[in-house]
Every structure is written in structure tokens, then in C-alpha cells.
Design a protein around this ligand. Structure first.
Ligand code: NAD
Length: 423
């Protein structure tokens, strides 16, 4: 099943649970605009290459389209469309006034020089200039796109429009209008939700073992934040493999080692240094073994479709937190629900990132910039309210948290659709 088919299925399920007006469901199953462009780029050797790019604007009932741009050799329209729909849902789960969009370029950016990457980005902006804008559609970083790329985007768009319109993208560097706290916002938002769950379940951090798949921006920071709260981080992995320590390890040391040696796997020689926790012994594991490690919380922070029909029955965690987008397939979701494993869904757990992107839009619009503590003071109630709304719907409809998150979002979007007289 394709990612977009997954999304349609998820909307369908929630619509049945809440008895949603079929017309609202249909509006959410039909993206409003799909743009495909061909971007000519002069390469360093003088040749001209064409790259395929997309921008999908799923819905703007709640506010301007919002969502990242992915640079990846395997990106396709179906994937971008699914991701754009998830953005519509995610923004409404946490009640921020944004719709859903997503973009992508079919490219392996690692094969391009910095100059080629800049020319590609500027070419993409020229190609989609007429559909984006600070109050229309505001892209952001996603897989393989960086604050530097966002700075190029904002600069090119401002030049084309003849005025400073840096608010056309978020995730920029601080020097070019980015927001403080954006780098850790996704993980911090996940921690705020986990705090609520932990309190309601009487979880004691010191007795709670956490495993993290995907020790990158989102997962690495989440490990640090949880370790600081006293959780035992017992496992972590990246694309090359993982490490598991019986009594936990110090995530700062692993992050430092990963910077020096590029992969978690290469850190095995430093295991003693990593695990200063008393009585802890560490071993290297494969990516499959890491997912099957005995723990209380499994954090999925890598890619889509990581927990599927083939491994859902082997998961030993009591709870899963999805920091990645779409890491659990619908089949696996059903298997986990039957086994009573709680899944805190992506559209709630990782919504801290887009919420701080919205803060960046607000700061760009009035030219006043907030301190980091102010950013997190504003993020906290949004994440907590999102959790409470989702939990209330899960209790009301006796459904999973994912289904409840869809119900929460669809009800809010329906309200906007009616306010605008569309139905
Ligand atoms: P990243 O590239 O910094 O990190 C991803 C990590 O996952 C890397 O360390 C990579 O090696 C690892 N990985 C890849 N395949 C793996 C596998 N099979 N097993 C184990 N590890 C594997 O990316 P990121 O920004 O941390 O994003 C991770 C996920 O979170 C993505 O799905 C992204 O869409 C989602 N997300 C990120 C943010 C954000 O603000 N960073 C916001 C919302 C959602």
C-alpha cells in the first residue's frame, strides 16, 4: 500500500468513527493543488541538468499551506501528497492556524556541490514562486534540507518579489530570521506529550527504559532531553546499526562519538566511555534487533514504514512514540493495538516542530524575535492541549490515539470548512 493510500485509509477510519459528513471526508481526500516542475540547473562541469520537483498543497481551510521540502532521490508525488495531507491533520491536532503542504525534489543532494545545490534551490523557488508566499504557502526543511537551503529560498523569493519576504519559509538560520528553539522543538514537543502520559500512568523516569531508532536531529535531541529528566536511554541506532546497554548510556557521549566517527556502529570501541552507568554492559545490535529490544518506550525517529506486519509482533516496548512521520504501517498499527501497546502518533508527537515554525512566521511578520524560554513557554500549552483533546476523543470513541488524533483534527477542519461556506 502506498503512503497516500495509508493516509486515505486513516481518514476513512476516523470518518467512520466520528460519523463525519462524507463531503468533508471527500474534501480531505482530494489535495487542492499539485504542482510538478522541471528545474534546469547549470552543473559545475558546464552541462545542463533537469531535476523534477513537486509542491503539493493539500488544504488551506485552517490557514496557509505549511510543510517541508524533501531532497531525496526516491521522492515521488505519492509520498509528497501523503506528507502534505499529514501536515493538514497535524496542524489541526494541535490547533494551530495552518493547513498542509509538502514539497520535494528528486535528487541525491550528497552528489551535488554546494554551488549546484544553491542553484537547484533557487531554480525551484523560481519554478514555484507563484504558488508560495508568507500568507499563502510556507515551506520548511525536511529530509536533507537545511537552514542554509531555507536561507537561499527566502533570499531568492524576496529578490523575485522585490521586497524582504523572509517569512516565505521557516527553519532559516537565526541570522536570517529563524526562531530560537526550532532545532530542538520537535523533540521538546514530544517530551511535553510524554510528560502528560507519564504523569497519568505514574511512570517513574529512573525506572523507565527508552530505546531510540534514528539517532539524528529529532531522536538524538529527544535522548538528551529524556536523559536529563532521568530516563534510562538503553538503546539507539542509525541507518548502519545500533547499540544497546543494559543500564543505559550517556546520549551526549554517543552524539559526540557519532560526530567524530560518523555512525553509531563505529562507536563500539568507545562503549566503556559511553556507558558510565553502574553495572551497565553494552553490545552492538542490528537495526532489526534494536526494534525488538526489551524496553518501556520505543521512540521511532528514523523513516516511514519501520514497524510493519513482519515485525510488529516482535516489539517488546510497552509504548511507542512516533517522532518520525509514518513509521508504523496501518497493518502494524492494528497488531500493536490488539497487543495493548500504546502508540503516540506522529501527528501529535512531532507537532512541536511545525508549531515553532508557526512561531517563526509570527516573529517574521512583526519583526520582533522571542527568547528561547518564551518559545518553549508558548509551545508547552499547545502540546498539552493537543494531548488532552486527543485523549478525550480516544476515551469518548474507545479508539486508538491515532484514530482519536484524526478525529480531533477532522472535527476542527470541518468547523473551518463550514465557516468559509464551502459546505
Ligand atoms: P535526521 O536525518 O537528522 O535523522 C534520521 C536518523 O535516522 C539518522 O541518524 C539516520 O541514520 C537514521 N536512520 C535512517 N534509517 C534508519 C534505520 N533503518 N534504522 C535506524 N536508523 C535509521 O532526520 P530528523 O530530522 O531527525 O528526522 C527524522 C524523522 O523525524 C523523519 O521522519 C522526519 O520527517 C521526522 N520529523 C523531523 C522533524 C524535525 O524537526 N527534525 C519534525 C517532524 C518530523
Amino acid at each position: 500500500m502506498s503512503l497516500f493510500e495509508n493516509t486515505l485509509k486513516q481518514i476513512e477510519k476516523a470518518a467512520t468513527i466520528m460519523n463525519l459528513d462524507p463531503n468533508v471526508k471527500a474534501l480531505m481526500q482530494h489535495p487542492q493543488r499539485i504542482v510538478e516542475v522541471s528545474i534546469p540547473v547549470k552543473m559545475d562541469d558546464g552541462s545542463l541538468r533537469f531535476f523534477k520537483g513537486f509542491r503539493v498543497q493539500h488544504s488551506n481551510y485552517a490557514g496557509p499551506y505549511k510543510g517541508g521540502i524533501r531532497y531525496h532521490q526516491d521522492v515521488d508525488m505519492g509520498e509528497v501528497t501523503a506528507l502534505s495531507a499529514w501536515m493538514s491533520i497535524k496542524c489541526s491536532v494541535v490547533g494551530i492556524p495552518l493547513g498542509g503542504g509538502k514539497g520535494g525534489i528528486v535528487v541525491n543532494p550528497k552528489e551535488l556541490s554546494v554551488g549546484e545545490l544553491e542553484r537547484l534551490t533557487r531554480g525551484y523557488v523560481r519554478a514555484i514562486q507563484y504558488v508560495v508566499g508568507p500568507t499563502k504557502d510556507v515551506p520548511a526543511p525536511d529530509v536533507n534540507t537545511t537552514p542554509q537551503i531555507m536561507d537561499w529560498f527566502a533570499d531568492e523569493y524576496s529578490k523575485l518579489e522585490g521586497k524582504d519576504l523572509k517569512g516565505v519559509v521557516t527553519g532559516k538560520t537565526l541570522e536570517h530570521g529563524g526562531s530560537k528553539g526550532r532545532g530542538i522543538a520537535t523533540a521538546q514537543g514530544g517530551v511535553y506529550v510524554l510528560n502528560e502520559v507519564a504523569t497519568s500512568q505514574g511512570m517513574v523516569p529512573a525506572n523507565t527504559k527508552v530505546v531510540i531508532q534514528g539517532f539524528g536531529n529529532a531522536g538524538g535531541v529527544m535522548a538528551q532531553l529524556l536523559a536529563a529528566k532521568g530516563y534510562q536511554i538503553v538503546g539507539a541506532s542509525d541507518s548502519q546499526g545500533g547499540i544497546v546497554c543494559t543500564h543505559g548510556f550517556n546520549p551526549d557521549a554517543l552524539l559526540q562519538c557519532k560526530v567524530e566517527k560518523s555512525t553509531v556502529k563505529n562507536c563500539h570501541l568507545d562503549m566503556e566511555k559511553l556507558s558510565t552507568m553502574e553495572g551497565s554492559s553494552c553490545k552492538m545490535v542490528t537495526n532489526e534487533e534494536l526494534l525488538e529490544t526489551e524496553c518501556d518506550i520505543l521512540i521511532l525517529a528514523a523513516l516511514e514504514n519501520q514497524v510493519h506486519e513482519g515485525n510488529a509482533d516482535k516489539i517488546k516496548a510497552k509504548m511507542i512514540i512516533e517522532l518520525a512521520n509514518g513509521p508504523t504501517t496501518p497493518e502494524a498499527d492494528e497488531m500493536l493495538a490488539k497487543r495493548g501497546i500504546m502508540v503516540i502518533p506522529d501527528i501529535l508527537a512531532n507537532a512541536g516542530g511545525v508549531t515553532v515554525s508557526w512561531f517563526e512566521m509570527l516573529q517574521n511578520a512583526d519583526g520582533k524575535y522571542w527568547e528561547e524560554n518564551e518559545v518553549f513557554e508558548k509551545l508547552l500549552p499547545i502540546m498539552v492541549d493537543g494531548w488532552k483533546a486527543v485523549k478525550a476523543n480516544a476515551d469518548k470513541y474507545s479508539c486508538t490515539l491515532r484514530e482519536a488524533a484524526y478525529v480531533t483534527a477532522l472535527a476542527r477542519i470541518e468547523g473551518k470548512i463550514r465557516e468559509q461556506g464551502i459546505l
